[in-house]
Design a protein around this ligand. Structure first.
Ligand SMILES: Cc1cc2nc3c(=O)[nH]c(=O)nc-3n(C[C@H](O)[C@H](O)[C@H](O)COP(=O)(O)OP(=O)(O)OC[C@H]3O[C@@H](n4cnc5c(N)ncnc54)[C@H](O)[C@@H]3O)c2cc1C
Length: 387
């Protein structure tokens, strides 16, 4: 095809913006369908955004059916993928009385969708992780939940996409997206190209990328810090890893990472693109830890092993997946709000269906961007279990 200026530009069926886990999973599944795919990534390698900074948890314990289905479908894929290094260390949710009924209401749905979730008393929960059970109504436990290797998964998808003919371009930050008859003209660093469709997989920057095309996609950044302990003292070492344990009263979570613990708690006041480790927030995190897990007083911090990254958040802390209702040549796969790693495998397959104008395998209606664009109050998803 020839551009308006007369010079021939390379043309693709789909341009994927972002080479995180969403962009790479999407590119792989699109290329598998025989589409001509280009991936445009601002940085010099895949997985340098949120993907490389996640806590790597995968869980089936959600309350919204679509979230459970996306995670369950992804987990089935990760289980068989050596690069995913799936470790089923389990997720333990500790639940205060005011959340108990609503929390347990999701258990039948979780079980129907294949999650072997157990409802535990505080005493039973304390056999899995030592706790001060004061003020706890109970807990839920799912042994299938666990952790994966987000880098390994992302690089695997990038390699598979490339092997199937996708063009991966790094140091290619997208700076302009213009609507043209039949598609888009995109400028990214030294690259200019045409694409019939765009997949917006730019993570925390997805709102900014959409704005280049004149679209409003409500995704913003929220900094999250992962604190890391020094190797644990002998008294705290155990034969099995500490599962990913979440105290829903405070939002504090921790899990084993080899000989250490990693832990954190979302700071609700932290929003936008603030950088660096939020050290003052550590006092709140430690207070939450000691409240529920008094033995944390034996845990010492390794300041150099801590890290931070951006959650890519939407107003209801759930993803936006689907063809934009106002722009059929634009597909959003963004706004995963802290649970994208565990959904990426399934999202890649859904994006391929969308690009082929096929029905998706999983009903994505609750994650449509329409929920934020309708008149009146937005129709938020029913998801309760946001960490
Ligand atoms: C501290 C922390 C803990 C987390 N824990 C978990 C967890 O336990 N489990 C879980 O499932 N998820 C977790 N997450 C969330 C998870 O990491 C994300 O949901 C997921 O990685 C999103 O992937 P992505 O590909 O959409 O975004 P990213 O990995 O951020 O990729 C987006 C890419 O787009 C690129 N980009 C941006 N703008 C442009 C542009 N203009 N042009 C070209 N490229 C551009 C960026 O450079 C980036 O590489 C966590 C996140 C953080 C920060």
């Amino acid at each position: 095809m020839t551009s308006a200026a007369g010079s021939a530009l390379p043309r693709f069926d789909v341009a994927v913006i972002g080479a995180g886990i969403m962009g790479c999973a999407s590119a792989f599944r699109l290329a598998e369908r025989g589409l001509r795919v280009v991936v445009l990534e601002r940085e010099s390698a895949p997985a340098t955004g949120s993907t490389g900074r996640s806590a790597a948890g995968v869980r089936l314990q959600f309350s919204d059916e679509t979230n459970i289905a996306l995670s369950a479908s992804s987990l089935r894929e990760y289980r068989d993928l050596p690069e995913a290094a799936y470790r089923p260390i389990g997720y333990l949710f500790l639940v205060p009385p005011d959340q108990w009924d609503a929390h347990c209401a999701a258990v039948p749905l979780q079980r129907r969708l294949g999650a072997a979730v157990q409802v535990l008393s505080p005493r039973e929960a304390a056999r899995i992780v030592p706790i001060d059970a004061a003020g706890l109504a109970g807990a839920t436990w799912c042994a299938q939940d666990g952790v994966v290797d987000p880098h390994g998964i992302c690089l695997h998808y990038a390699n598979r996409a490339r092997a199937l003919g996708a063009s991966l371009r790094f140091n290619a930050g997208v700076t302009a997206i213009e609507r043209r008859p039949g598609g888009w003209r995109i400028s990214a660093g030294e690259h200019s190209l045409l694409a019939d469709r765009v997949v917006n997989a730019a993570g925390a920057w997805s709102g900014q990328v959409a704005a280049l095309a004149g679209l409003s996609v409500p995704v913003d950044a929220a900094r999250r810090v992962v604190f890391a302990s020094a190797p644990l003292p002998a008294a705290l070492m155990r034969a099995t890893p500490y599962p990913l344990t979440v105290d829903l009263g405070s939002g504090f979570y921790f899990r084993s990472e080899n000989q250490r613990l990693i832990f954190g708690q979302s700071n609700p006041a932290d929003s936008g693109f603030s950088e660096g480790i939020d050290w003052p927030w550590l006092d709140t995190v430690v207070a939450s830890a000691l409240d529920r897990f008094p033995w944390f007083d034996q845990v010492s911090l390794d300041r150099r092993a801590c890290w931070w990254g951006y959650y890519e958040v939407t107003p209801d802390h759930n993803a936006i997946i689907g063809i934009d209702p106002d722009e059929p040549a634009w597909i959003n796969a963004c706004g995963f709000s802290g649970h994208g790693v565990q959904q990426a495998a399934a999202v890649g397959r859904q994006v391929a269906c969308l690009a082929m104008d096929e029905p998706t395998e999983i009903d994505l209606a609750s994650l449509s961007i329409s929920r934020f664009r309708q008149d009146g109050a937005p129709r938020m998803t029913r998801e309760r279990l946001i960490v």
